[in-house]
Design a protein around this ligand. Structure first.
Ligand SMILES: Cc1cc2nc3c(=O)[nH]c(=O)nc-3n(C[C@H](O)[C@H](O)[C@H](O)COP(=O)(O)OP(=O)(O)OC[C@H]3O[C@@H](n4cnc5c(N)ncnc54)[C@H](O)[C@@H]3O)c2cc1C
Length: 308
């Protein structure tokens, strides 16, 4: 722990740096082994100290948000896992439509806050259980809209530490469920959005509620999952392809292709990451054999060998 002192953190206890922390508690799939180290900083200063410590120790650093798009190997992760979900906060300007949100702010909560303030733009985001940071990285989207349509800029800091800086929307290389942030080792600290002000807040809240009920009635929200497992091979839908192969309900161990939505793999209770990984490979093989193309996973798989 020597490095921590020079990194500005005197009290390890205050930071609650946990060793061998079970990552299944940090993913919506509820699977994943232990992180060698895990911390949940509550502000930028704590985050910077942790990055500094990881650098001093020369250990790998993995950033996670709400873990809603992650499949983490049963054998866990070496180094430090930094969970950003406690770095919260948002400022909404109902007059000019500007929002500034910290990376750990929950997307559903931001969607509701925006509707309440009469700001149109994020009604589609209410059912996406991620953080603002994770949503920017993934260019999360639903119902024909996505983060890229409303995000103005992100403030980031390199994994290796240093000065924070802003990147504007046009420089983030956004495309379908993809962004520059998936390639570069940058941590999202906060994001600015430009929404449309002056809308009727009751109507916006109504639309937001309808969007959520539509999703909960067409997707398996009652079971642990990571949302859509595969990117859609546009213009086709991955769920439709998997369903048409008769794979709904197919199981490996405790992992099951949802009977409600075929692009979801659900953890029926005792799934392991290996079960899920095997089910992903099984679906890919079936689709490749039948259609001649590979479905590309949307879920980020951590701690697996590149071949997995
Ligand atoms: C029930 C359910 C429904 C879903 N529906 C949708 C949907 O409709 N549309 C959609 O797009 N997605 C959907 N998802 C997937 C998921 O919610 C989104 O991808 C979300 O944006 C991920 O955010 P997160 O905070 O959970 O990120 P995580 O899953 O924790 O991380 C995802 C990636 O982002 C990186 N990351 C996270 N935070 C940061 C940060 N602050 N700085 C740098 N890197 C970071 C991680 O390293 C990782 O590579 C759904 C998931 C579930 C469980």
């Amino acid at each position: 722990m020597e490095g921590l002192k020079t990194c500005g953190l005197e009290l390890l206890n205050e930071l609650k740096l946990e060793s061998m922390a079970l990552l299944s508690k940090y993913t919506t799939l509820r699977v994943g082994g232990a992180a060698q180290w895990l911390a949940e900083p509550k502000n930028e200063e704590e985050l910077k100290s942790l990055i500094c410590w990881a650098q001093a120790k020369q250990i790998p650093c993995q950033i996670i948000g709400a873990g809603s798009n992650l499949l983490i190997n049963d054998s866990g992760l070496r180094g430090i896992c930094i969970c950003m979900r406690k770095i919260q906060g948002s400022k909404l300007n109902s007059k000019n439509g500007l929002i500034e949100a910290s990376s750990g702010e929950s997307l559903p909560s931001l969607s509701r806050q925006a509707a309440k303030a009469g700001l149109h733009g994020l009604e589609w985001a209410v059912g996406i259980p991620g953080t603002v940071g994770g949503a920017a990285v993934m260019n999360a989207g639903a119902q024909g809209s996505c983060i890229a349509n409303w995000l103005q800029s992100v403030k980031v800091i390199p994994y290796k530490g240093g000065k924070s800086f802003e990147i504007n929307n046009k420089d983030l290389d956004f495309s379908y469920r993809n962004s520059l942030l998936q390639k570069e080792e940058l941590i999202v600290l906060s994001a600015k959005f430009q929404l449309e002000p002056g809308h009727n807040h009751k109507q916006l809240s109504q639309v937001t509620n309808q969007n959520l009920s539509h999703r909960t009635s067409t997707q398996p929200y009652h079971l642990p999952s990571c949302g859509s497992v595969f990117r859609n091979p546009e213009p086709l839908k991955a769920g439709r392809i998997i369903e048409e192969l008769g794979l709904k309900g197919h199981r490996i161990g405790g992992a099951e292709i949802s009977n409600i939505h075929a692009n979801f793999i659900v953890n029926t209770g005792n799934a392991t990451a290996e079960d899920i990984s095997k089910l992903i490979a099984f679906i890919q093989e079936r689709v490749l054999n039948e259609h001649g193309f590979l479905l590309y996973p949307e879920v980020k798989q951590l701690g697996f060998s590149p071949k997995a």
